[in-house]
Design a protein. Structure first.
Ligand SMILES: CC(C)(COP(=O)(O)OP(=O)(O)OC[C@H]1O[C@@H](n2cnc3c(N)ncnc32)[C@H](O)[C@@H]1OP(=O)(O)O)[C@@H](O)C(=O)NCCC(=O)NCCS
Length: 182
């Protein structure tokens, strides 16, 4: 099978978790992702749609002759509160926004989509209605690169223990390349 897309343009479309088919499609993507896929978590996201702002990462389906046919290649969220920073790190009035749940379906990986989606969310974070013009930074959590480089059983040895495949690259480094700092 050949990849259809060399460098697809993507856009972000809000996820509507009250729509059953979107709920199920998001759940399917979360199951492939490997964490935060249980119904309780997803129902919590559904209830907190004003704080957990999820977006489909969509690309145009070049294989279809129908106009405006989009594929949901992944998802990403711009959350209203991260609770990651010490109060001393935050000036009063700083909006707390964070990037979460970044996921690209395996077939569409390594095409630059994840990077583009993060850049789109960064732009969104500085504009209303989802963001705030006063936004100066975004926070996120990512798996430590020690789970990739450190051979100790509690670090990269963990993958075998939990029965998951070891990632092929460090997500922490992936974010660092995009300019994020620990
Ligand atoms: C992390 C993830 C979102 C990246 O999305 P993606 O669309 O594949 O990433 P991009 O194509 O934008 O990657 C860009 C960079 O990452 C690197 N990269 C991407 N996939 C890689 C791979 N399999 N091996 C090595 N490097 C890789 C490339 O070097 C590329 O950098 P470059 O353009 O300077 O060469 C995707 O792999 C994913 O969904 N992973 C599972 C979920 C996850 O870990 N999410 C992060 C939660 S914290």
């Amino acid at each position: 099978m050949q990849k259809q897309y060399s460098s697809p343009k993507c856009q972000l479309e809000p996820v509507d978790l009250n729509d059953a088919s979107q709920f199920n499609e998001l759940r399917d993507q979360r199951i492939i992702c490997g964490w935060e896929s249980d119904l309780q978590t997803l129902r919590g996201w559904q209830d907190k749609a004003d704080l957990k702002r999820l977006f489909w990462i969509t690309i145009l389906d070049n294989s279809s002759h129908a106009e405006d046919k989009y594929i949901r290649a992944g998802h990403i969220s711009l959350d209203a509160s991260s609770s990651l920073l010490d109060e001393s790190d935050i000036s009063s009035g700083d909006p707390e926004l964070s990037i979460n749940s970044v996921f690209i379906m395996p077939y569409y990986r390594s095409l630059g989509l994840g990077k583009r989606a993060v850049r789109l969310v960064e732009n969104m974070a500085a504009t209303e209605p989802f963001g705030d013009p006063n936004c100066r930074f975004l926070t996120l959590t990512a798996l430590s690169k020690r789970y990739f480089y450190d051979d100790a059983p509690e670090w990269s040895g963990l993958w075998e223990k939990i029965g998951m495949e070891r990632p092929s690259f460090s997500v922490q480094e992936w974010y660092e390349k995009l300019g994020y700092v620990s």
